[in-house]
Design a binder for this molecule. Sequence first.
Ligand SMILES: NC(=O)c1ccc[n+]([C@@H]2O[C@H](COP(=O)([O-])OP(=O)(O)OC[C@H]3O[C@@H](n4cnc5c(N)ncnc54)[C@H](OP(=O)(O)O)[C@@H]3O)[C@@H](O)[C@H]2O)c1
Length: 262
Amino acid sequence: MKAAQFKEKYGPYALVAGGSIGLGAAFAEGIARRGVNLVLLARNEERLKATAARLREAYGVEVVAIVADMADFDVVKKRVSALTIEIGLLVYDAAFAPIGLFEDTSEDDLARAAAVNVKAPLLLTKLLTAPMIERGRGGVVLMSSLAGAQGSPNLAAYAATKAFNVILAEGLWKELRPRGVNVLVCQAGAILTPGYQAAEKAKPAPGTLPASVVAETALNALGRGPIVVPGATNKIGRFVMTRLLSRKAAIGVMAQNTGGLS
Ligand SMILES: NC(=O)c1ccc[n+]([C@@H]2O[C@H](COP(=O)([O-])OP(=O)(O)OC[C@H]3O[C@@H](n4cnc5c(N)ncnc54)[C@H](OP(=O)(O)O)[C@@H]3O)[C@@H](O)[C@H]2O)c1
């Protein structure tokens, strides 16, 4: 889709939840390059303001920066509802990934994963698609992970929250398409982001992609189908894991891959 068409369909503002660094910032940059203004949400004010200033300067778009923790949806809702602008695109990128054995993961961390990865994307999608449906145009991109394609030992709760986003987006893709609203889930493999680099101490996994490639692939796929898997290696990996292997075998392969995270 050409930038002008993108702007017409998903402008004048896009909201990126988790838009200050890494993949979220890459989404924000890809959207700004298409001439759409931004609302960026993240917790760290300094990093958020730096990204907002960089994008204003580079692309001449307006950028509203909102400091908020997606775990506290009441605050997020209040701040987003107070905006008097039209939001035509939601990208939900923020996530919390408790890594380690389930028995060693605290109740607080499990509740936080559910709040940031499930409750917030669900309710933010509800909040922002209502006016999109009324206008008969708009889009939603939810970030998921190949970890959510089967059970993932050592990442069990995170993987389950990512599976939730796949199923939610697929259902909404069909429901909202006739109303002019395109929904997409991006099921990514490893991405070179500060979050990934902090968790993965060994060298990057095969098929690891730069954040800019993942963001561009997802933005270009919006409106084409319910799901996108960036990168040929990841597409093959997903096919093998979900279509060729038994569930038991796929979980076993995943265990070998996630066992190294700590
Ligand atoms: N990295 C990978 O290898 C990989 C692989 C597959 C899927 N994914 C998915 O891709 C997305 C990006 O993951 P990433 O870890 O690589 O992160 P990232 O996009 O590099 O950074 C996360 C962004 O979200 C913000 N954020 C995090 N927690 C937040 C919260 N509670 N409230 C508000 N903002 C929050 C961060 O800023 P603050 O810290 O300032 O809040 C930052 O802007 C996630 O949905 C993840 O599940 C990542």
